[in-house]
Write a protein that binds this ligand. Sequence first.
Ligand SMILES: [Fe+2]
Ligand SMILES: [Fe+2]
Length: 352
Amino acid sequence: MRLKDTVKKEDFKIMAIDDEPDIIASLGLYLNKYDFVGYTNPMEALEVLKTEHFDLLLLDFLMTPLHGDQVVEEIRKFNSSLYILLLTGHKDLAPPLETIKRLDIQGYCEKSSNFDQMILLVESGLKSVSQMRIINDINQKLETAYSDLKNAYRGTVESLRLAVDAKDSYTKNHSDRVALYSKLIGEQIGLPEDEMQTLYDGALFHDIGKIGIPDAILQKPGKLTDDEYDDIKNHPSIGAKIIAPAKIFDPIIPIVKHHHERYDGRGYPSGLKGEDIPLLARIVTVADSFDAMTSDRSYRPRFTLEKALDELENGKGTQFDPDLVDAFLIAFRNNKDYIESEISSKFVTATL
Ligand SMILES: [Fe+2]
Ligand SMILES: [Fe+2]
């Protein structure tokens, strides 16, 4: 039975559950400055709690068919934050402290004729509820502001990435394809989901540092001089510096910085060797090299697919982590049509 006080009161909704209608009626009088609703049937009240928001619940302990602690047990299955005060009769024992703590019941008090103690507990409970509302509101605003900031920064770096990719038609969409191949390797070796996201982002932004390399060097037809090659070799470190100020990019810094290391330790910028090279960077190295080999360059035409795959095979243990080359070769076979269409579409785009 629902006994509803229809006058809209202060901005708090309180529910009481007690199998004695007289108690519900008295509580309604004492709490008439709030939006109050009382139930004598706990099962009916549970259904309402599933769909309606309440700020505080007053709950009789000894009831049929469910005791108060059993009602809380049910509530906690779908609502972990509802503020609950348990009401005990004069001579009733309260549930054990362990139960009260486990069910996150915020307090209990005796039902007495004037309800003074209960009113005090309700008022202090509503103060907590109100403070929680403010905290939640602030957290929500902070989250929104943080997410806006993250998106704005990511957007800026994304523009840089597109600018790098667009610097010349030979590298158009290079980072998208490297991200795609890296993802295939990651899936093949069963990387966990959070690392897959880091891998994908790291692959997308791996060459961001090329924004700091003169176009005359990047687009130079023919062979680079040693000095020019030294300049190019700065792009992983430049990239790491570009993304370092934003904390959101922390996880991908090792990928950006180390995607030109070699498994035999003869790569750059740090000369890391074998498994000292971060795993995700080793993956991107394989993906990056495959895309470089299957792309036309100003100084050489692209390799055939067979030749590119042979080169990966030949580079096992020297340039590449052998296990990751194997993973790529399996992923390649499983996704051959898809990869071939990606590769051929880039030549269509590049000639437009
Ligand atoms: Fe690179
Ligand atoms: Fe690259």
